[in-house]
Design a protein around this ligand. Structure first.
Ligand SMILES: *Cc1c(COP(=O)(O)O)cnc(C)c1O
Length: 468
């Protein structure tokens, strides 16, 4: 066999393939140039196989099928839905807050065509895109004015640039935070053109430290909510109302980066307390910033509320234009904020709150109902158990508080090659049509079911699990 020369004439030509009915169908759905590229790739593979002496089928249908598989792979969107079973509800890498139905509808409606985004329907003149959310934000927080940008990092950047350019901003050393994804207060301060003045020490900062740090060049006193860590032990911190009084006695505004930014008291739903925007303004903050896609449960956005004169300065700053939100975001945000007008039904209608307040007993029932189908899918190389576990809110909200939850725990049988088998199991789950993302912990794969909403979708794809 080895000395026999491969007969390349048996391979159909590109022109002939393009006339095959199966290929004509591909051209109709994927376009001519993508189909030609896929066929060329299939032809190259076939030539390589022939040259290597492999026996391969060379019919037009086989080429059409190979090209079709490639075209489908290429056409599949890279950004896909996944099942977040990590136990972290607001998972930044998995897209943070799931949106409410009304927000999704509003977003699609705004995306579909023209809207009055910046057009005043009463006067027929140019309008301001903030109007679609400003009134609601003021109503829900008690602020005089509000504006919105792309995210909270952008909100802090804009605030500092608009109010403290080339001036000093004292911040406690205990609050010089780094949030995941390279957001660091000292860096943002420098990029905004403001000069950070570090106050106090990492664990203790006192009122007199702030008094000493304030001078002629001070533009703003700032407090940053230490959202993703906790300073414990021998600590001291200046309370918001005290800091506000110190700033106001010197005619300096007091700003707070609230981070997660709750709009309602989460204790009502049995969750730990997180300071609300209204409370923070009530304690004397003149301007505050927070994220739209953390506890608020809306689209990615950075919300800024506070004194009208300060907000007006932000709106006039060119960075506001550079960081503005698009129409779909504003539509989703307005719809999400609208839900807060009826707190009694909020947990039903806002997925973030529904997931955060889900009863562990309900999650346990769900886990028990899935034990058998998951066992059948993973096979007898693994055991399944239902275990209590500690989930997290995520996105830096309440880092030390955990959410009591329940997980399906999938553990390899026997002790040999456990790590490698777990890795393969996790990879197989990620290879499902809707990838399932769990958490490896304690030699097992944990699927925290708090965020599992589409149970039927999860269950029905289990038969496609390919254990290697
Ligand atoms: C999350 C967070 C940010 C960044 O907000 P993004 O919306 O992710 O840009 C800034 N500051 C604090 C305190 C945060 O918790």
């Amino acid at each position: 066999m080895a000395e026999q020369k491969p007969d390349f004439s048996t391979i159909p030509s590109l022109d002939r393939l393009l006339q095959a009915p199966a290929v004509i169908t591909l051209v109709a759905s994927h376009g001519r140039s993508a189909t030609v590229a896929a066929l060329r790739a299939a032809l190259d593979t076939a030539r390589g196989a022939l040259a290597a002496g492999d026996a391969i089928a060379l019919t037009e249908d086989v080429f059409a099928q190979t090209a079709a598989a490639r075209l489908e792979r290429e056409a599949a969107p890279g950004l896909r839905r996944v099942f977040n079973l990590t136990g972290t509800v607001l998972h930044t890498n998995l897209g943070r807050a799931p949106l409410a139905e009304v927000a999704i509808t509003a977003m699609a409606e705004a995306a579909r065509g023209a809207s009055n985004l910046e057009y005043d329907l009463e006067t027929g003149k140019r309008g301001d895109r903030d109007v679609h959310v400003e009134e609601l934000l003021c109503e829900l927080t008690g602020a005089e004015a509000a504006t919105v940008v792309n995210n909270n990092a952008g909100a802090v950047l804009l605030l500092l640039n608009a109010l403290a350019l080339r001036k000093e901003v004292p911040v406690s050393r205990g609050e010089l935070v780094e949030i995941g994804g390279a957001f660091r207060i000292p860096d943002i301060m420098a990029r905004a053109g403001a000069k950070l003045v570090e106050v106090g020490t990492t664990n203790r900062t006192h009122a007199k430290d702030f008094v000493e740090a304030i001078g002629d060049r001070t533009a703003l006193v700032m407090k940053v909510h230490t959202s993703n860590y906790l300073v414990q032990g021998f600590t001291a911190d200046v309370a918001e109302d005290e800091l506000a009084a110190i700033a106001h006695a010197r005619d300096i505004p007091f700003a707070v980066d609230l981070g997660a930014g709750a709009l309602v008291d989460l204790e009502r739903w049995g969750l730990p307390h997180e300071p609300t925007a209204r409370e923070t303004l009530g304690a004397g903050a003149d301007i505050i910033t927070f994220s739209g896609d953390k506890l608020l449960g809306g689209p990615q956005s950075g919300l800024i509320v506070g004194r009208a004169d300060l907000i007006a300065k932000l709106k006039k700053n060119p960075l506001k234009r550079a960081l503005r939100c698009d129409k779909a975001t504003l539509a989703a945000l307005a719809a999400t904020l609208g839900l807060y007008r009826d707190p009694d039904r909020l947990a039903e209608r806002l997925p973030t709150l529904r997931l955060l307040s889900r009863d562990p007993a309900e999650i346990r029932k769900l886990a028990e109902s899935l034990t058998a189908p998951v066992q059948a899918a993973v096979g007898d190389g693994f055991t399944i158990s239902v275990n209590d576990c500690a989930g997290q809110i995520g996105s830096g909200a309440l880092p030390v508080e955990s959410l009591d939850s329940v997980a399906l725990v999938i553990r390899p049988v026997g002790s040999r090659g456990q790590g490698a088998r777990l890795k393969r199991l996790a990879a197989s789950l990620r290879a499902l049509p809707v990838p399932v993302i769990g958490r490896v912990h304690d030699d097992a794969l944990w699927l925290d079911l708090r965020c599992l909403d589409d149970v039927d979708g999860f269950r029905s794809q289990l038969e496609k699990l390919q254990m290697t």
